[in-house]
Design a binder for this molecule. Structure first.
Ligand code: NAI
Length: 466
C-alpha cells in the first residue's frame, strides 16, 4: 500500500499551492524541498524580494521628488543599502514561515532533501541524513527554473551576475549593464538606477518588455524609464565580456557595428530554463523537449504513468500565478474534480514605475492572427486621481473583437497597473465585452476609471476624452 496519494517535488508557488490544495481535498500528501526554506525561486530570490527592493527604492525616489508636496530637505537624506536588504530578508522570512504554517496545517508532510524519481510509485529523497523512499500513488514535478547562462559569459557571481546576486548586492554599483529588457532586467535595473547606478540595458529586440506588449505600450514605458536615468541599447546582440586593466566591459553588436559598455557589474537576465537537475529524468525515462522542459499532455500528465508536471518546468509563461493555477487544476483532477486553466487569461506584470501589465492578446497578435479588432485607449493625463497622485504617465488600451465586442486583451502602462489588471482578468474570465466594462460602475476618483474609459473608447464613447 502507498504511503502517500501524492508526492510533490518542489515547494515554489506551483508545488506548495498544489500541496495545500491536495491537503484540502483529503489527499495524503508529501512536499519535497531541497532548500531549507519553502517557497522556491519566487519567494526566496524572485518575485517577493524584488518587490521589497522596488518598494524601498520607489519610496526613496518619491521622497526625493516631493518638493511640490511641501517636503523639503530631501537632498540631505542618505540611503542605507544594508538596511534595505535586511528589510527584504525580513519580508522573505515572514512569508517562508507563513507557507510552512499553511502547508503543515493542511496535514502535508514536508520532506527535506533532493527528490528524485525512483521506480514506478517511488520518490527517493536524499539529504544529509541519508536517503528516504516515499511510496506514492502519484508524483507531481514542480521543480521550477534557473537563470539562463550565456555560454560566452558564465556567471562568476561577482562581475557577471544573475538575478540571484542582483537582489543581494551590498553596495550600489557605479555602473550596471543589464543584458535583457524583460521583466527581471527592467525591475532590477530600476532598483539600482533609483539608487544612483548608471544603468544601461542592452536588448536584442527593438522594444522592451518582451513580445507580449504592443510597441506603443513598450515605447511609453521606455520613455518613462529613460527619464529615470536608464539608458537603452535596443537591437543590440551581446557578444561577450572584455576584461583589461581599465576594467570590465560588455561587448555587443548592432547592424554589424561593435559596441562596448564599460560596467562594474553585468546582470544577465535573458530568460530562465526548466530545472530538472538531480531529478533522475533520464534514468526514469521521463520525456523532455528540445528545451529541457518536461513534456506533458493537456492534463499535466508526463510520459510516465501517474507522474505529472506543472509550472516553469513545463511549457508556457514562466510565471508564479500560472504555476499556481496549474497546481490547483492537477490536484483537482486527481481528486476526481474538473481542474482547468484558462491560458487565455494569464496576466503579465512588470513592476517598474509606472508598472506595465497585460492580459490576453495584443493588438499586434490580433493582426498576425487575422482577428479583426477595435481598439480603445485612455491617457492617464485625463484621470483625476492620476493627476492628484503624480501618476499621469501612461495609458490603458482595450482590444475588443470588432464584431462581438468581446474583450480579447488589455494592456496598460500605469502606476498601479498590477492591481488594475485584475479587473480586466475578471471581465475576460466571464467573457465580458467592452460595453460590459463600460457599463460597470467604478469608484471615483480611481485610476481604474481609466480602464472603464478605455473600454468606452472602443465605441468612441469615452466621457473624459475626445
Ligand atoms: P525574459 O524572457 O522576460 O526577457 C529576456 C530578454 O532578454 C528578452 O527581451 C530577450 O530578447 C533578451 N535577450 C535574450 N538574449 C539576449 C542577448 N544575447 N543579448 C541581448 N538581449 C537578449 O527573461 P527574464 O527577464 O530573465 O525573466 C525570466 C522569466 O521570469 C520570464 O519568464 C519572466 O516572465 C519571469 N519573471 C516575471 C516577473 C514578473 O512577472 N514581474 C519578474 C521576473 C521574472
Amino acid at each position: 500500500m502507498s504511503q502517500f496519494d501524492l508526492v510533490v517535488i518542489g515547494s515554489g508557488p506551483g508545488g506548495y499551492v498544489a500541496a495545500i490544495k491536495a491537503g484540502q481535498l483529503g489527499l495524503k500528501t508529501a512536499l519535497v524541498e531541497k532548500e531549507p526554506a519553502l517557497g522556491g525561486t519566487c519567494l526566496n530570490v524572485g518575485c517577493i524580494p524584488s518587490k521589497a527592493l522596488l518598494h524601498s527604492t520607489e519610496t526613496w525616489r518619491h521622497v526625493q521628488h516631493s518638493k511640490h508636496h511641501g517636503i523639503v530637505g530631501a537632498d540631505k537624506l542618505t540611503f542605507d543599502v544594508v538596511t534595505m536588504m535586511t528589510n527584504k530578508d525580513k519580508v522573505v522570512a515572514q512569508l517562508n514561515k507563513g507557507v510552512e504554517f499553511l502547508v503543515s496545517k493542511r496535514g502535508v508532510e514536508i520532506v527535506r532533501g533532493l527528490g528524485r524519481l525512483g521506480k514506478a510509485g517511488q520518490v527517493l529523497v536524499r539529504s544529509t541524513s541519508g536517503e528516504r523512499i516515499l511510496e506514492t500513488k502519484n508524483v507531481l514535478i514542480a521543480t521550477g527554473s534557473v537563470p539562463i547562462e550565456l555560454p560566452f559569459m558564465k556567471f562568476d557571481g561577482e562581475t557577471v551576475i544573475s538575478s540571484d546576486q542582483g537582489i543581494a548586492l551590498k553596495t550600489v554599483p557605479r555602473s550596471l549593464v543589464v543584458v535583457g529588457a524583460g521583466a527581471i532586467g527592467l525591475e532590477l535595473g530600476s532598483v539600482w538606477a533609483r539608487l544612483g547606478a548608471q544603468v544601461t540595458v542592452v536588448e536584442m529586440l527593438p522594444t522592451i518588455g518582451g513580445p507580449a506588449y504592443d510597441a506603443d505600450i513598450a515605447k511609453v514605458a521606455q520613455s518613462a524609464l529613460e527619464k529615470q536615468g536608464i539608458k537603452f541599447e535596443l537591437g543590440a546582440k551581446v557578444t561577450g565580456v572584455k576584461k583589461n586593466a581599465a576594467g570590465t566591459a560588455l561587448t555587443a553588436e548592432r547592424d554589424g557595428k561593435q559596441l562596448e559598455f564599460p560596467a562594474d557589474k553585468i546582470l544577465v537576465a535573458v530568460g530562465r530554463k526548466a530545472n530538472t537537475t538531480g531529478l533522475g529524468a533520464a534514468e526514469a525515462g521521463l520525456k523532455l523537449d528540445e528545451r529541457g522542459r518536461v513534456v506533458i499532455d493537456s492534463h499535466f500528465l508526463t510520459s510516465l504513468p501517474n507522474v505529472y508536471a506543472i509550472g516553469d518546468v513545463v511549457t508556457g509563461p514562466m510565471l508564479a500565478h500560472k504555476a499556481e493555477e496549474e497546481g490547483v487544476a492537477v490536484v483537482e483532477n486527481l481528486a476526481g474534480k474538473s481542474g482547468h486553466v484558462n491560458y487565455n487569461v494569464i496576466p503579465g506584470v512588470i513592476y517598474t514605475d509606472p508598472e506595465v501589465a497585460c492580459v490576453g492578446i495584443s493588438e499586434a497578435e490580433a493582426k498576425t492572427k487575422g482577428i479583426e479588432v477595435k481598439i480603445g485607449k485612455f491617457q492617464l493625463q485625463a484621470n483625476g486621481r492620476a493627476i492628484a497622485t503624480d501618476g499621469t504617465t501612461g495609458f490603458i488600451k482595450v482590444i475588443a473583437h470588432a464584431q462581438s465586442d468581446k474583450v480579447l486583451g488589455v494592456q496598460m502602462v500605469a502606476k498601479g497597473a498590477s492591481e488594475m489588471i485584475a479587473a480586466a482578468c475578471a471581465h475576460m474570465e466571464y467573457g465580458g465585452s467592452a460595453e460590459d466594462v463600460a457599463r460597470t460602475c467604478f469608484a471615483h476618483p480611481t485610476v481604474s476609471e481609466s480602464f472603464k474609459e478605455a473600454a468606452m473608447a472602443v465605441s468612441k464613447s469615452s466621457i473624459h476624452s475626445l
